[in-house]
Design a protein around this ligand. Structure first.
Ligand code: SIN
Length: 329
């Protein structure tokens, strides 16, 4: 029983490193240095929320998180999801590649228990570190029935985000995340949850990728469109990868020289059209893709579209199924 008279939930925190476990000052530090137990010791109130177990998964700057880490995290979360003693999972993670891990888990976890990710913009040893409050609120959210079956969630700066749409939009401020024109899912105030929206797109236990086996994922790269971008580089990427996401201008657009490469390409690599922009959507285009050789990524950023493309290619999906999954997820 907690002090509030509520039955204590059992929450497992999986630590992966990042600035939340960083050491130094805000302007100069190394990510992934501090044991999360030390951070927990600075927030004694967290023990009134839940009985907490910590698993040290890795101590990495999130720029060094790999596909192997994603698959390992997925297996670990699945095992915890099957454990009757576990009520919810919190994952601490660096902010730089946060949204990629969040989206990968959102698509592949066969779990309906709360999974809440968090991190920090200031290292654990900085003046006014933001990690402890983010962690406290993430644990509070993971204790709540409202977080069950809602897909992978994230908490930063008193705001609740979905694993599908969360995007790092600021390289400095503690309020570094956003969901573009989708807004946010809700707010936290200490341990109080004010949920306003639920994710619409399919996720976790609803996802066709949740029960799939993955050893290694097919390879996909991102081609960035800019003035005078090199068509030969795109041609090389199409030869090199199983799939290429085009980070197009505007609504997934590109110069005529790029359109020619796409129209003349007859190999097996699949091509997804995404946008460099945070807001709006990429649709099919009779102007830029009259032969329908690409798949529109809708609202997915290029780096999230790459993840969905790799998962779909691992299923051996061809164009029709690729079109379908980009509409669904
Ligand atoms: C990282 O992504 O591990 C470093 C940056 C951060 O966590 O804010």
């Amino acid at each position: 029983m907690g002090v509030s008279g509520r039955v204590m939930k059992n929450i497992v925190i999986i630590a992966t490193g990042g600035t939340i476990a960083g050491s130094g000052i805000a302007s100069s530090y190394k990510a992934g240095q501090i044991d999360v137990n030390e951070i927990l010791a600075t927030i004694p109130r967290i023990n009134e929320l839940a009985s907490i177990r910590l698993i040290d998964f890795c101590q990495k700057d999130s720029n060094d998180i790999t596909e192997k880490d994603w698959l390992g995290l997925r297996s670990l979360c699945y095992a915890l999801g099957c454990d009757k003693e576990v009520d919810g999972i919190v994952i601490t993670h660096g902010t730089d590649s946060f949204e990629e891990t969040a989206y990968f888990l959102n698509l592949t976890l066969d779990i309906d228990k709360p999974v809440v990710m968090t991190g920090a913009m200031r290292p654990a040893t900085a003046t006014s570190a933001d990690g402890p409050m983010n962690l406290y609120e993430a644990v509070a959210l993971a204790c709540r029935p409202k977080a069950k079956g809602a897909g992978v969630l994230a908490v930063f700066a008193d705001t609740i985000y979905s694993g599908r749409d969360i995007t790092k939009t600021n390289s400095l401020k503690t309020n570094a995340f956003d969901m573009g024109d989708v807004g946010m899912l809700g707010y936290m105030r200490d341990d109080k949850v004010y949920m306003q929206n639920l994710p619409y797109r399919l996720h976790t236990y609803q996802s066709e990728f949740a029960r799939a086996e993955f050893d290694v994922l097919p390879e996909a790269g991102i081609y960035y469109v800019h003035t005078d971008c090199d068509p030969q580089l795109l041609a090389w990427m199409l030869d090199r990868y199983d799939g290429v996401v085009i980070a197009g201008s505007g609504s997934g657009n590109y110069p005529k020289a790029i359109q020619e490469v796409i129209e003349n390409y007859e190999g097996r690599a699949k091509i997804v059209r995404a946008s460099r922009l945070l807001e709006g959507s990429v649709f099919e285009s009779d102007v830029f893709d009259p032969l329908h050789k690409t798949i529109p990524a809708y609202r997915l950023s290029p780096h999230k579209a790459r993840i969905l493309l790799m998962l779909a290619l691992a299923q051996g999906y061809e164009q029709a199924d690729l079109d379908r999954v980009f509409e669904l997820y």
